[in-house]
Design a protein around this ligand. Sequence first.
Ligand code: RP5
Length: 173
Amino acid sequence: MNMSEKVSISIIMGSDSDLPTMKAAAELLEKFSIGYDLTIVSAHRTPERLVEFAKSASTHYKVIIAGAGGAAHLPGMVASLTTLPVIGVPIKTSTLSGVDSLYSIVQMPKGIAVATVAIGNAFNAGLLAIQILALENAELNKKLQEFKINQTNEVKLKAKKLEKEGFKKYLEK
Ligand code: RP5
């Protein structure tokens, strides 16, 4: 498995069909200048690759983000083979809208933990991974604080505009 040096986060997913969802995590990590590896590991189609990845992950990474859909066993199986924090992203499915993925990832048995974000919300998986890294990185923590302040200011600006223009004009654009 191709693992780069000087990266903190691993982003894995069960299929390339998960990539349009999972890219949001990668994009956020890039915004925060955090190195990551991104690849496909399928719990069912490449079980041996999963074991190889999970067993060696702690020598390369600090946090794992794992996205999977349907019978989404990837995050839980990886978590069972490593002590690294694993953040699970339930991928939205066409058959059951991702509720299948959510239940598969969130309903872990006691003793094996996966931090599960909302269906399709790989952005929050990236954010949570950054927050974990920021525990021991003051510079990163400062960037996170700025991110939150900017987000708050954006909402305030929108509220001001909406109050001034009224909903009809606001919705015109
Ligand atoms: C899961 O099966 C993957 O995570 C993906 O969400 C789903 C469907 O995979 P493909 O059939 O699109 O490859 O393992």
